[in-house]
Ligand binder design. Structure first.
Ligand code: GLU
Length: 469
């Protein structure tokens, strides 16, 4: 079967959020498909009609889109395939691999009780019943699972996992209302979609045993199983709300870039030597399922922040400006025409220290302020003192004569000014910075003035000087 073209899938149930565990599963399926030159598909497991709202389905599409994981074929919707699932059940009945189970709800309850007391799995008395004894009432269809022996799930990550067949009851395939059950639907869909590798969370390992038996009963090729270890929180416990975030959108809201998430999620359970930072192309070239580790991976905020800072420093400032504008608008910061361009121009001067785009948004605020700026009290008091006022007016003149309004040009200008005054930068730098930024966080003086531009910088200094002229 390994010579079939590789086809993988992500098969989320619409729950209204995309857990980062699901996002990582999608990424691994995507990377593996790309690595093998195969196809990556999406199946929406929307059989729970109450939860599968349009909005919940959209969350899946938007999550994959945001993460940049493009699928190769239109999505398959599981609910729409119920007839095909029933057809497969009919085939199993015909092959003698399934049977009609006429147990009533009360009988089933009693059998459950008895099975529990005896320490065995539920068994139906209808398993080998003669058709002439079939009553005229609705029935469920159960799989005729092997009664003894073992079922082995050959897992590419966990190795062979053995299940004793005595521990597996005859799985219901079709409920008495005619609706197909989950494990049956997954097998039929994966088979029909030509899925060669089922890569998913290891909470599905038990299902893999069930599904293996269905494949065998239908005489279909069993896909390669690869069950991924869970993602845990920094404290080693199952990842949950208390760890800060678990939905993909929360990471977006906290200011993490999709390329950061791709790189980071790839490192959760898989890796390439000691490489911390790698491109999508490298991940595709290097990724293989057999290199996924079987121990749970832990979310590490420090590593995530480090990576995000790296990608923020790499990203196109124009793109980052678009993200920052969205953040500022969500904070009701009023923006004027041209501000987005101004932000893009400012980003190269402020991004080195930014761990998230939220921090980047804080870092550009100084440039957006409208003149005259409100200065910190301390700066106002200092300016009321004639000595500083005189120095800042001489500085204003020195800066006005800087012909190369750039970081190196302004740095040289500031240095020369300090020399001509016979003082260190400490005697005017902090005050100039407060004048330029109104006390908001701002980069180095030369960077701040380059971002602001000549007119705005000199104008802000003039405003400050006129306060106490
Ligand atoms: N729908 C299942 C889930 O969301 C995934 C099933 C599978 O990957 O086989 O957990």
């Amino acid at each position: 079967m390994t010579d079939r073209p590789v086809r993988t899938r992500i098969a989320p149930s619409p729950t209204g959020m995309m857990h980062i565990g699901t996002a990582r599963t999608a990424l691994f399926n995507y990377l593996y498909a790309r690595h093998r030159g195969g196809a990556f598909l999406l199946r929406v497991e929307d059989t729970d009609r109450e939860r599968s709202t349009e909005a919940a389905v959209d969350v899946i599409f938007e999550g994959l889109k945001w993460l940049g994981l493009e699928t190769d074929e239109p999505a398959v919707f599981q609910f729409q395939r119920a007839d095909r699932h029933r057809e497969a059940v009919a085939e199993l009945l015909e092959r003698g691999q399934a049977y009609r189970d006429y147990m009533t709800a009360e009988e089933l309850d009693a059998e459950r009780e008895a099975a529990r007391a005896a320490g065995r799995v539920v068994r139906s008395p209808w398993r080998d019943a003669d058709p002439s004894t079939w009553p005229d009432r609705p029935y469920a269809v159960r799989l005729k699972s092997p009664l003894d022996g073992e079922t082995i799930v050959r897992d590419a990550i966990k190795g062979d996992v053995t299940f004793q067949n005595t521990t597996l009851d005859d799985l219901i395939l079709l409920r008495s209302d005619g609706s197909p059950t989950y494990n049956l639907a997954v097998v039929v869909d994966d088979h029909d979609m030509g899925i060669t590798h089922v890569i998913r969370g290891d909470d599905h390992l038990n299902n893999a045993a069930r599904q293996t038996i269905i494949y065998q009963a239908l005489d279909w090729d069993i896909p390669v199983w690869a069950h991924l270890p869970m993602i845990h929180g920094p404290d080693g416990g199952k990842l949950s709300k208390r760890h800060g975030a678990q939905a993909l959108t929360e990471f977006d809201d906290m200011g993490y870039l999709p390329e950061t998430m791709r790189n980071y999620l790839a490192k959760l359970g898989w890796g390439h030597g000691d490489d911390e930072i790698f491109s999508d192309e490298q991940a595709i070239a290097w990724f293989d399922i057999i290199d996924v580790v079987s121990a749970p991976a832990r979310l590490d905020w420090a590593k995530l922040n480090h990576l995000n800072n790296h990608y923020i420093r790499q990203a196109d400032p124009v793109r980052l400006a678009g993200l920052v504008v969205k953040i500022l608008k969500s904070r009701d910061v009023a923006l004027k025409q041209g501000d987005e361009t101004l932000i893009a121009r400012t980003i190269p001067f402020v991004r080195d220290g930014a761990k998230t785009t939220l921090e980047l948004a804080d870092a550009v605020l100084f440039v957006l302020k409208a003149r005259p700026l409100v200065l910190p009290d301390k700066t106002r008091e200092q300016l009321a003192d004639g000595e500083l006022h005189g120095r800042i007016s001489r500085l204003r003149a020195a800066l006005a004569s800087v012909s190369d309004w750039s970081v190196p040009g302004l740095e040289a200008g500031l240095r020369q000014f300090a020399e001509s005054e016979g003082v260190g930068m400490g005697k005017f730098g902090p005050q100039l910075r407060a004048i330029l930024s109104g006390g908001a966080p701002a980069p180095d003086l030369a960077g701040a003035m380059t971002a602001l531009g000549r007119d705005e910088s000199l104008g802000r200094i003039d405003d400050a000087l006129s306060l106490s002229a």
